[in-house]
Design a protein around this ligand. Structure first.
Ligand SMILES: Nc1nc2c(ncn2[C@@H]2O[C@H](COP(=O)(O)O[C@H]3[C@@H](O)[C@H](n4cnc5c(=O)[nH]c(N)nc54)O[C@@H]3COP(=O)(O)O)[C@@H](O)[C@H]2O)c(=O)[nH]1
Length: 725
């Protein structure tokens, strides 16, 4: 590690000169004999000698090489030994110097020693005296060099440690035995916004958020002045409000390591050393991950896992205090239709809006969760009576009354709510949620947009429903579906002009099940597409057979579900089937309902237009039951209107005739074919005929029947019933 502007703390090997040079001696004397003699008398293992006879030569040698010792004659031909000493001083050289001189005057010795000589030996000298002086000077020089090197290393070490501490990304501090700051590194300024000097001698708790003070104090100062063990803790340090810092939050979370600083004997503590690492970012990331694991991304409500957790906790608490709680299962009505027709972005917006309204009806301690899709659950952890849950359920229903503003327009969302109570309806989280779900399902079955409490009886229905779903999933591959056909009869022509294909499910144990029972289930479980495809295929095949048998102008009507119209390829699906069976497209009639037209978001109008462009016939099944029927007729280029059964049923009443007259007029005005459905009695048929409706369908003529029976009607029209009108 190199501190900027510093030599390396640990010098690489070979850069120092002590070891190789410590025994090199330069003899500077103008006496040739002496220069030869001295190396011999002073020789020791490892010592090397160089020699020269003047100050100039000595400087030249010294500029090239380093020596441990210079034996320097005082008087030299070109200058005095003092001049060389001067030079050595100015060059900051560390060679030891022994001046050898024949000068008697004490001043010479003083001058030499002042000039930096390590020793002074006066000539004549005894050899042993010189040897001692050399040995001792070399020894002293070695010690001094070692000392210098040590000091240098200590200084470098201190600089290194200061650098490490002061430029550390962590906050480093020491506390005295009273817990007051005795040192802080400069990191405190950018991290927390405090000046170091302002904190010195202030207690550590100055920086700690109030919630964490007890925790840290008990750990830091539990053992008084006795050195304890080091410890690590996460805590929040408060930021100064006055100075800008690296972040804007009120506090940062740090991982703090505290190490006691013992005295020399290790008995008493002289204070604490602490390193605090800012882990706020990591904490935030962890919080986000935890939040995501326990919350629904779309609504940010608790998810299934967190709901279960809270419910289990609430059950345990209710058990302890012998209290009660309620679980609600809230399912958005017709949400799938919204999603399929308005698109997922609108569906998401609606769910967020519903979540917000549900939240607004609950108290702080209650939990609203989204289990997924359009399913929400509510935990009311502390209720006194079932009526409390009822009140909340009513508030939820009321809260949803104002329509939601979506980009396609306003939408009125409703929910079905099932309620289960602890301990009455179960004592476990799963049982309670399941029972609330069963109660919700019951609400769905009986008209939606309401709430009800779990009733053990419901369990049976629920099981039945699950069984129905499972059986329905297998019905196609087990060939349990069958098409029945109901004739559409022209009174004038006294013949069958069309057949409506009506689906039946021949259940292996329950017998025949009508479409009103299983079509909504098929829609809910996503099977309707496959079923409609099967119906289309079978009806086209049957029509082709009848055409081959000579009934070439017969029309086949079949029912499509709103879900079929959410398919992008619904038009292609139909035209492809018609073409494959070589049918004139006008002889296939697709029945749609007025409600499908009213929710035109999936582009039903465009699809109807495409069907009409492909030559297909399209009938409005329940014409007149919705609103703005006329307006829809401008937008939907249909070919046939079917007078709804409800008008035909009430035909005897005084107010119905004008409606049918109006419908008849509209059909005539728009050049549309008119069919009356649900004709059960002769009088109804007569009135309809009198009002201008010729084609009729209903039990008066024939109940829907299998293909074989329908074929018989084609050959011999159901005469008995329609002969009279
Ligand atoms: N998506 C699909 N829906 C289908 C399909 N097949 C039928 N359906 C729809 O299911 C509803 C109930 O149908 P169903 O039980 O078959 O009842 C039809 C007739 O049996 C019944 N009908 C006929 N004549 C009379 C009568 O004189 N009185 C009387 N009370 N009921 C009668 O009416 C039903 C036909 O209605 P409609 O379709 O409106 O002409 C029903 O909504 C069917 O549309 C299918 O394959 N796919």
């Amino acid at each position: 590690m190199v501190i900027p502007g510093e030599q390396p703390f640990f010098a690489p090997p070979g850069q120092g000169h002590e070891s190789s040079d410590q025994c090199r001696i330069l003899v500077v004397d103008d006496d040739d004999a002496l220069r030869r003699t001295l190396p011999r008398v002073l020789a020791r293992e490892g010592r090397q000698f160089a020699e020269c006879g003047s100050v100039g030569e000595a400087i030249a040698i010294l500029e090239r090489e380093h020596f441990a010792l210079v034996l320097l004659d005082y008087r030299l031909p070109d200058a005095t030994g003092l001049d060389l000493l001067d030079w050595l001083t100015h060059q900051h050289r560390d060679e030891a110097v022994i001046v050898i001189s024949g000068e008697d005057a004490i001043d010479a010795a003083i001058g030499a020693l002042r000039g930096g000589a390590d020793d002074y030996v006066r000539k004549p000298y005894h050899v042993a005296q010189l040897q001692r002086a050399v040995d001792s000077t070399l020894h002293k020089a070695t010690l001094e060099r070692a000392n210098r090197a040590m000091s240098q290393r200590l200084r470098a070490s201190e600089r290194l440690h200061r650098f490490l501490v002061e430029s550390s990304p962590d906050l480093i501090f020491t506390l005295d035995t009273e817990g007051r700051f005795s040192y802080l590194n400069p990191r405190v300024r950018p991290l927390l916004g405090y000046e170091r000097t302002a904190l010195l001698r202030r207690p550590f708790s100055t920086l700690v958020m109030p919630e964490d003070i007890d925790r840290i104090n008990s750990l830091m100062f539990a053992r008084g002045n006795t050195p304890g063990e080091s410890f690590n803790i996460e805590l929040r340090l408060r930021r100064s409000r006055d100075e800008p810092t690296e972040g804007s939050s009120e506090s940062i979370t740090v991982s703090l390591t505290v190490i006691p600083m013992p005295d020399r004997e290790g008995r008493r503590s002289t204070g604490l050393y602490g390193v605090a690492r800012d882990i706020s970012e990591r904490k935030r990331a962890e919080e986000i991950i935890t939040f995501q694991a326990y919350h629904d991304q779309l609504t940010r409500l608790p998810n299934r896992v967190l709901f279960k957790d809270r419910l289990e906790l609430a059950i345990a608490q209710a058990q302890r205090r012998t209290g009660a709680l309620a679980v609600m299962f809230v399912d958005v009505d017709r949400f799938k239709l919204v999603n399929d027709t308005f698109g997922h972005a609108e569906g998401d917006a609606l769910l967020r809006g519903i979540a917000a309204r549900l939240s607004s009806t609950l108290r702080r301690g209650d939990t609203l969760a989204r289990l997924g899709g359009d399913e929400f659950t509510v935990l009311l952890p502390d209720i006194n009576h079932p009526e409390d849950a009822e009140t909340i359920a009513r508030k939820i229903v009321d809260a949803l009354t104002p329509p939601f503003r979506l980009s396609h327009g306003d939408f009125r969302a409703t929910v079905s709510i099932g309620i289960a109570l602890y301990p009455r309806d179960g004592d476990g989280a799963e049982d309670l949620t399941r029972h609330a779900d069963i109660a919700m399902y019951q609400v769905k079955r009986s008209g939606k947009n309401a709430f009800r409490f779990f009733d053990p009886e419901l369990n049976t229905h629920y099981r039945e429903r699950i069984t129905l779903e499972n059986d329905l999933r297998l019905a196609l591959e087990r060939s349990e579906f069958e098409l029945y056909y109901q004739p559409q009869i022209s009174l004038k022509g006294k013949r069958v002009v069309g057949m409506e294909a009506l689906l039946r499910w021949n259940h292996p144990t329950h017998g025949q099940i009508g479409p009103a029972t299983f079509i909504p289930v098929a829609e809910e479980i996503g099977m309707i597409g496959d079923i409609s495809h099967w119906v289309l295929e079978r009806a086209c095949g049957q029509l082709a057979q009848w055409r081959d048998a000579g009934f070439s102008d017969l029309r086949m009507s079949l029912n499509l579900s709103p879900h079929d119209f959410s398919r992008k390829d619904v038009v292609e699906m139909v035209t492809e089937c018609v073409e494959r069976h070589r049918l004139p497209s006008s002889q296939l009639e697709l029945e749609i309902t007025e409600s499908m037209m009213m929710q035109d978001s999936a582009g039903v109008a465009a699809k109807v237009r495409a069907m009409r462009d492909a030559g297909l016939s399209v009938a409005i099944d329940d014409f007149g039951t919705g609103y703005s029927a006329l307006a829809y007729l401008q937008k939907f280029p249909v070919s046939t209107l079917k007078i709804d059964r409800s008008f035909v049923r009430d035909l005897d009443g005084p107010s119905t005739n004008p409606i049918i007259s109006a419908i008849t007029g509209i059909a005539r005005g728009f050049g549309l074919q008119l069919i009356a459905e649900g004709v059960e009695r002769m009088e109804q048929a007569e009135t309809l005929r009198a009002l201008g409706c010729d084609i009729m369908q209903g039990y008066l003529f024939a109940h829907p029947a299998p293909a074989e029976q329908a074929t018989a009607w084609l050959n011999v029209a159901p005469e008995i019933d329609f002969a009279a009108p």
